[in-house]
Design a binder for this molecule. Structure first.
Ligand code: UT7
Length: 314
């Protein structure tokens, strides 16, 4: 097959909404500070009993139903996550079991917040090589389980959820060449500190400066490799970490008015590897991103790593 394309999307978010005012009752912060510095208004928090596997399976079930495929058609399941508790069997293997997918290769991939775009590229490469015809690619995180709820610098940022895409081998290419990499000199800029209990920590300003400085060039390169310019895009879905980063990066790309910019961070906060498929799924379901349009996906995070590609909207 010359390529693959996304044929369906799904998502899942827990029902509990945590507002900025709720957080102001827990730590020394305010709705005004959080909105001004991050753009975030709310985030969803999973129940104690709700796992990464539960959320990944719910998003994947929605994507599979939307694709019209049978479980037995799926030959590959990958879950991008850095918060799954189970090491073996993998979250992906458990999702395959729950969805009745009988014989898929199933594995987890941890590339922090860049995980979904990395997994999408890896699945695309596998489908191109003929290793499977249909794949489920999922980003799922329970960030609330690795949040230090006494640290105002990070607890206001994070949320839980999952997003999923069905990827199918196709004559017409719908996944552009990936631009990916990592910078080990900034490896500690975003991390899960693990002494007794893993918790999210980051050097916020280091990441902020890196993202606003480097992402525009990475975005242009992804467009160049896809044979388009940023002005040809229908939409841009970056990792949803901070609205100020999203606005600075898209401003530097000089995008025309009609290009839809994902701003799901406002409602969902930073859901790490889930943020790109969550935002993409929401924008396609609402019709803001029409089928066929080229959309730039661009994610970054722990490592410090990044991955991005231009995809055709399902
Ligand atoms: O998903 C992984 C990728 N991560 C990112 O993309 C994160 C990138 N960085 C950022 O988004 C921003 O750096 C943050 C949102 C994390 C922080 O915003 P900032 O504008 O860089 O704030 P800061 O950390 O420099 O803190 C400024 C002040 C400090 O007070 P002093 O020292 O100036 O008195 C903080 O203690 O704001 C204080 N502060 C807060 N105040 C009220 C930090 N967090 C809060 C808070 N409420 N929640």
């Amino acid at each position: 097959m010359p390529g693959s394309r996304i044929t369906a999307l799904g998502r899942y978010q827990p029902s509990r909404v945590l507002t900025n005012d709720d957080l102001a009752g827990m730590v020394d912060t305010s709705d005004e500070w959080i909105r001004r510095r991050t753009g975030i208004a709310t985030r969803r928090i999973a129940a104690d009993t709700e796992s990464v596997t539960d959320m990944a399976a719910a998003a994947a079930a929605e994507a599979l139903a939307a694709s019209g495929l049978r479980p037995s058609d799926i030959g590959m399941v990958t879950v991008a996550t850095c918060t799954a508790v189970d090491r073996c069997p993998s979250t992906a293997a458990q999702v395959a079991g729950r969805l009745g997918i009988p014989a898929a290769v199933a594995y987890d991939l941890n590339n922090g917040c860049a995980g979904f775009c990395t997994a999408l590229a890896a699945a695309d490469h596998s489908l191109r090589a003929g290793a499977a015809r249909h794949a489920l690619v999922i980003g799922a995180e329970k960030m609330s389980a690795v949040t230090d709820w006494s640290d105002r610098g990070t607890c206001v940022l994070l949320g839980d959820g999952a997003g999923a895409a069905v990827l199918s081998a196709a004559e017409q290419d719908g996944i552009g060449p990936v631009v990916w990499g990592s910078d080990p000199t900034r490896a500690d800029a975003v991390r899960l500190v693990d002494d007794w209990h893993p918790r999210f920590a980051q050097e916020g300003q280091t990441v902020f400066r890196w993202a606003t400085g480097e992402l525009p060039g990475i975005a242009r390169e992804a467009c160049r490799r896809a044979g388009i310019t940023p002005a040809d895009l229908a939409g841009v879905v970056t990792h949803q970490a901070n609205l100020r980063i999203i606005e600075a990066v898209t401003r530097r790309l000089g995008l025309p008015e009609h290009v839809v910019i994902a701003k799901d961070v406002v409602d969902s906060g930073n859901t790490s590897a889930a943020s790109v498929p969550l935002a993409l799924s929401r924008l396609t379901e609402s019709g803001e991103l029409p089928p066929g349009g080229p959309v730039l996906l661009l994610a970054f995070g722990g490592g410090l790593s990044w991955a991005g590609q231009v995809v055709t909207c399902p």
